[in-house]
Design a protein around this ligand. Structure first.
Ligand SMILES: Nc1ncnc2c1ncn2[C@@H]1O[C@H](COP(=O)(O)OP(=O)(O)OP(=O)(O)O)[C@@H](O)[C@H]1O
Length: 261
């Protein structure tokens, strides 16, 4: 497993009826970097992520992983390189947590082969990282929302991708598990693209931020450059105030509705 370089080249997406949902967008993310995608509801975050994990094909432009257009690769090769943890959970409620995590190994198996020792080691390690070992035998449907979320992250890790896409990964998680997921994200040897609603968390965990508004890029770059009072106020239609927290100099935003104090 190694991290991949991501190139988005003039990619855009429109509905069949021609509504432009995501306007042409270009960016480069170096291997191993963590990019946060932020913006108000409906700004185009999920649409952008869907282009990256090849659920949607760009109407124009392309997405490259290590210089290869993802639409030129076989689905199996894409699945060996890109894993996504989405907000919609699968409906395989009858599977055990271990079976769910084992699904992450599917792209590495041929039709006739069964799981091997290496698969088991990787699955065990993913379960341990997400503190799910004791849940391994439990049916997925009996888990809490946060436990399910962690199981889906474990499945993505078992897939050993070079690009990991996370849609609101801390949704459903309590404070400690939020911190654990964030720490895990920072430690993984993968390139990571994650949508986040919490700008303070995004500023703390991400190397780069993509700020979207109405399907267009407002800014892309390091958090300190992208997340200004002005850009955040404009993107979210609020009055945003930031301060730098000591001793780390981390950005911390507070918000009020426009015209109110
Ligand atoms: N297939 C589609 N057909 C029509 N409109 C769509 C389609 N997919 C997305 N949209 C619209 O495009 C806009 C962007 O949607 P998207 O889900 O990417 O936003 P988002 O930033 O992820 O929002 P949220 O924060 O609410 O999850 C929304 O207005 C949505 O209704």
């Amino acid at each position: 497993m190694s991290a991949a370089k991501l190139n988005v080249i003039n990619a855009c997406w429109s509905t069949r009826s021609g509504d432009p949902i995501l306007k042409p967008l270009s960016l480069s993310l170096n291997a191993g970097r963590v990019m946060g995608v932020v913006g108000a509801n409906g700004a185009g975050k999920s649409t952008f992520l869907r282009l990256l994990y090849r659920y949607l094909k760009p109407s124009q432009g392309s997405i490259e992983i290590d210089g290869r257009d993802i639409w030129s690769l076989s689905p199996r090769l894409v699945a060996q390189n890109v894993a996504a943890v989405l907000q919609e959970q699968p409906t395989d409620f009858a599977l055990t947590v271990r079976e769910i995590v084992e699904l992450g190994r599917t792209p590495y198996r041929s039709i006739l082969s069964t799981k091997n020792e290496n698969d088991s080691t990787i699955v065990d390690s993913a379960l341990r990282k997400l503190e799910l070992s004791e849940f391994a035998g439990r049916r997925f449907g009996t888990l809490s929302g946060g436990e399910r979320q962690r199981a889906m992250v474990a499945r993505a890790l078992a897939q050993e991708p070079s690009l990991l896409i996370l849609d609101e990964p801390t949704n459903h998680l309590d404070i400690r598990h939020q911190l654990e997921i964030i720490e895990l994200i920072r430690d993984l040897d993968m390139t990571i693209v994650t949508s986040l609603h919490d700008l303070n968390m995004a500023a703390g965990v991400c190397d780069e931020i993509l700020l979207l508004k109405q399907g267009a890029v407002l800014a892309f770059g390091p958090p300190q450059t992208v997340l200004t009072n002005q850009s955040v106020s404009y993107a979210f239609n609020v009055s945003a105030q930031s301060e730098k927290l000591m001793p780390t100099d981390r950005l911390h935003f507070t918000y009020t509705l426009m015209g109110r104090t």
